[in-house]
Write a protein that binds this ligand. Sequence first.
Ligand SMILES: NC(=O)c1ccc[n+]([C@@H]2O[C@H](COP(=O)([O-])OP(=O)(O)OC[C@H]3O[C@@H](n4cnc5c(N)ncnc54)[C@H](OP(=O)(O)O)[C@@H]3O)[C@@H](O)[C@H]2O)c1
Length: 253
Amino acid sequence: MIDLNGMHVLVTGGSRGIGAAASRLFARAGATVLVHYRDHEEQATALVEELFAISARDHRRFPCDFMEPSEIEELFQYVSSEWGRLDCLVNNAGIWLHNPMSQFDEDRYIATMRVNVRGPFLCLRHALPLLRLSKQASVVNVSSTSGQRGEPFYSPYSASKGAIISATKAWAAELGPEIRVNCVAPGWVDTDMSSAALRDDPAVREEIESAIPLRRVARAEDVAGPIVFLASPLARHITGEILNVNGGSVLCG
Ligand SMILES: NC(=O)c1ccc[n+]([C@@H]2O[C@H](COP(=O)([O-])OP(=O)(O)OC[C@H]3O[C@@H](n4cnc5c(N)ncnc54)[C@H](OP(=O)(O)O)[C@@H]3O)[C@@H](O)[C@H]2O)c1
């Protein structure tokens, strides 16, 4: 039903977790995928092999560290030289750093802002000319419930994800009608990012799940579906939307 044949999609932070699940689903829907990664080259390489097995398209991988703006520029030079256009940018790469205000760590704050906020801004800046060459251009940002309701001891992360929600709305208003811009806001998702919190102590996990109306933490695949939907023609009249993917834990868009 979702047919993304002919679409070229860049998934940032595609090597693991939500980004890897979204990359697989994009490939299953017929898209050609560029898997961006920073450190996990082996996982990115294995994932691209998997994507080839799913569909014989021109899937690629490319490394870059969002701490370095020049590397982000190189990522998009690569997209430009290899594909010549981009149909969908998924701004998914992110970090979640503990940072209680009583021991505020400015380096962690700056890293969070560079990766989670400046990263998507620079990606979109460089992607714009390539997206403008597409007839079905869209951006899907990945925020968090943390950016909606705040998260104690992770306030820089909350602020970064709140910024992405506001930026989604601003970009949607600014870039329409050519480019749709939407956002998913996941709650707890079982990935490497959250593994220490979710897997170490079953009692903690139980407490987290008891506060979720659907009574479970999401799997990465639960978030991949909404990302691919927002990028697809089925969402062609949706822009500026914040789609909750949180089992009901935060009931606002
Ligand atoms: N997991 C959750 O509970 C949860 C909840 C709400 C929102 N989210 C959001 O969902 C997105 C994906 O999260 P996830 O759980 O899938 O995380 P994950 O498994 O930790 O994966 C993070 C991805 O981001 C990349 N990355 C990390 N630092 C980077 C940097 N400096 N420059 C470029 N790329 C970098 C990683 O690349 P390498 O592995 O190659 O280094 C990896 O591909 C994030 O934006 C996160 O904030 C997650």
